[in-house]
Ligand binder design. Sequence first.
Ligand code: NIG
Ligand code: FE
Length: 412
Amino acid sequence: MEIPHHAGTRQWVLEGAHLASMVRGGASYGMIDNAAVAFAGSDIAWVGKATDLPAPYFGWDKEVLPGGLLTPALIDCHTHIVYGGDRAKEWEMRLNGATYTDIARAGGGILSTVEATRAASEDDLVISAQQRLETLMAEGLGTIEIKSGYGLDVHNECKMLRAAQALGMASGVRVKTSFLGAHALPQDYAGRADDYIDLVVKEMLPEVVRHNLTDYCDGFCENIAFTQAQIRKVLEKAKLLGLGLRLHAEQLSNQGGAQMAAELGALSCDHLEYVDEAGIKAMARAGTKAVLLPGAFYFLQETKKPPVELLREHGVGIALASDCNPGSSPLTSLLLVMNMGCTLFDLTPEEALAGVTREAAGALGLTESIGTLEVGKRADLALWDVEHPAQLAYPLGANPHLSQIRAGQWVL
Ligand code: NIG
Ligand code: FE
């Protein structure tokens, strides 16, 4: 066989662990017991059973692990980790009887984080988000999506996105950004939502694109945020500008946002507790992923679960994410997200791991490069001190993560 030559890059083989490739179709979890992986520079050159390793790889450097499990590095495909302040007081108010919607309507909620985020410098935002990022990284995170949406004016939305990109540069984790200007109506636009949407469409979007600050455009389509017609304007403009689309849809009520976004070709619709069959069918037709956020469901003490069975029936891929944010999901553990996906939303442990690997890659439009362990993909792997993948999401509060390979090299 021919082995592609990668000049100036390390070529090596790793053996001694089991491996959950998360490739669909074969064994559950794409499991390969006693696996070998050959790395050529930043990519996977070969993966299979160690006993099947082809002879041409025998001459490559070899490392042998004393056991453990290799999986794709985890992907958090929906976060708001860049923000100022916190909302612990608001949480206390909720536990004294106020609802998330009451607080939002009284000018608290997202708007209180907007105030704190506007007051923070770009460096402050990087430093506070760094702690959250490090907690996620300690559980094998390789890629993260980070949204704006607490700036709500040109200057502060750009500041948030620059902070998010700086986090990627400083940490080595792959960061993808989403512009979420249509997250909430800023106070100075009270009663003038259409004017604010005009600002988002005519000024903010062109500015963040001009400076290359965002990969995707997101929005919040909800009775406490923006209507379907308003969000449509934002997503249509973003599509024209070449951005990938995603949407916070049907979290607290059904606004038809998922169907609209899917018809525009959205990569993902997120939350989805109230999505109906029409929305799910539109998502299935468009290949739009469902990103479920059990942390927000748990933290807001919601009772209506997303229709997982219907998503399965229609073949909509299900991703899971932390939704890490100060108001509805102050959560920085993807292992806990996986556990919650199983215990709260009845996913199987295999679906939960796929949700933070293969399906999360799909939700970010990165299926070609990450999310499964197969030839030609980027060599982003996590090594765990477990024997079977179900052990990852099973214990609460334990962290079996041992180490990580990023772009073909050990980190940590
Ligand atoms: O994904 N749903 C809208 N946005 C966030 C909440 C943001 C906040 O409360 O600060 C979410 O849950
Ligand atoms: Fe969110």
